[in-house]
Write a protein that binds this ligand. Structure first.
Ligand code: ADP
Ligand code: MG
Length: 413
């Protein structure tokens, strides 16, 4: 086996939450929680997930801008050792980076040419004429002109600035480019131009690219492979075409269905994601997606309509998040009764399964009378699903690429 250009193994980045004058650790923000992937030479890999899933933290830790909590990053077969300054310098030379916001990545007092040339001076190219030449050449390659070197950032549009940012990231002739949301700040009309430029540069320089985006349609445009990230973990990975055509994780399905299909009649209607990514300081148990998953597995012995089951789980999630007292404060104040709770969570008057209905009614009665603890316990005991109990492993599915979802464990058994 040949060494990958970039190999990331079990990368973790936890931010301690501290309290008091002694800064005692009282918890951790698990921004990245055991992520592994590779980028091969000349390959474009997409890292996709909603905002808050940990994508940027993957980028900053793998770049060595932040110290990882655990895990290993190797570049070209060599473990990246951030403590060694020679090593660090070499890594910086061979890995270029582009950020989302092109404005803050340029010093407004420097010309674009000076900014693009800066890494060359830092890395010891003292010949001014040669630097000029390299910068002029690169500016043209990214679709600007040699004369643009004399202009200042404020004279550039967002798209032009992002082109200049690409020129700067490529000026040391790196092998890998890490691009964190490189088109998210740009108008849709400008995005396509930058993406096709990335694609061209990738071919021309035989670059490996790690493209980070919250937008599946951006990934679809230029990535050979994709890794889908949810709450600090990779939940599915595979060749982009395959993952888009046949997504194996409900989270991926939701991301894919939010991409407008070229043909409106083929547009997936369901699987909209509701709510936000939960806080990584207290990630949900079991499968981290279970608090939002539209395909959450039902408890044994009951037969729910899937939408009703999701609604009951939403109630359980809300109960679990509530501090003692605040749930009934919100709901039982004055007029709110069991029926009001059903309405609020979209639970119908009859669940359609007698046994399940009996359990729910009892729990709602407890809730309505202010005893949220009994309600929580009863629902937790009777309606526990594998999704909240066990953390699914990322493993091969019938589709040929891996996903981490209990739906596949069931099929495999
Ligand atoms: P993404 O790029 O996918 O939007 P980020 O990597 O920026 O996600 O953030 C992941 C999670 O880590 C978020 O919940 C964010 O609030 C948290 N986070 C990021 N940086 C820090 C930090 N320095 N301290 C504490 N939490 C952080
Ligand atoms: Mg980000």
């Amino acid at each position: 086996m040949t060494d990958s250009l970039l190999s990331v193994r079990d990368l973790k980045k936890h931010y301690p939450i501290t309290e008091g004058p002694l800064r005692k650790e009282v918890g951790r923000v698990r921004a990245v929680d055991g992520v592994s992937f590779e980028v091969e030479r000349g390959e474009t890999v997409g890292l996709v997930g909603e905002s808050g899933c940990g994508k940027s933290t993957v980028a900053t830790t793998l770049m060595g801008l932040e110290e990882p909590t655990a895990g290993r990053v190797s570049f070209d077969g060599v473990a990246a050792d951030r403590r060694d300054s020679v090593d660090r310098r070499e890594f910086r030379r061979r890995v270029g980076m582009v950020f989302q916001d092109p404005t803050s990545s340029f010093d407004p007092r420097m010309t674009i040419g000076e900014s693009v040339a800066e890494p060359l001076s830092i890395h010891g190219l003292d010949d001014r004429a040669r630097r000029r030449e390299i910068v002029a050449d690169l500016l043209e390659r990214v679709g600007l002109s040699a004369e643009d070197a004399e202009r200042y950032p404020h004279q550039f549009s967002g798209g032009q600035k992002q082109r200049a940012a690409l020129a700067r990231a490529l000026v040391l002739n790196p092998d890998l480019l890490v691009a964190d949301e490189p088109v998210s700040a740009l108008d849709v009309s400008v995005q396509a131009g930058i993406l096709s430029l990335l694609d061209d540069l990738q071919r021309e320089f035989d670059l490996g690219i790690l493209l980070i985006s919250h937008d599946m349609s951006v990934v679809r445009e230029i990535c050979d492979r994709v890794a889908v990230m949810y709450l600090g973990e990779i939940v599915e990975t595979g060749p982009t075409e395959e993952v888009l055509a046949d997504p194996q994780h409900p989270y991926t399905r939701a991301l894919v269905s939010s991409v407008p299909a070229p043909d409106p009649s083929q547009r997936a209607s369901e699987a909209r994601l509701s709510g936000d990514v939960p806080s990584p300081s207290d990630p949900p148990s079991g499968c981290r997606f279970h608090t939002r998953c539209p395909e959450i597995i039902q408890p044994e012995g009951y037969d729910f309509d899937q939408a009703n089951w999701r609604a009951v789980m939403d109630l359980r999630v809300a109960l679990g998040d509530s501090e003692d007292g605040d749930f009934e404060g919100e709901l039982v104040d004055g007029e709110v009764r069991a029926g009001g709770i059903r309405d609020r969570f979209g639970i119908p008057d009859e669940l359609g399964d007698e046994g399940a209905e009996a359990v729910l009614s009892e729990a709602l009665d407890s809730l309505a009378s202010g005893d949220s603890e009994s309600a929580r316990d009863l629902l937790g005991r009777e309606f526990e699903t594998v999704c909240e109990r066990d953390s699914p492993e990322l493993r091969e599915t019938e589709s040929g690429h891996p996903a981490a979802c209990h739906l596949h464990d069931e099929r495999a058994e």
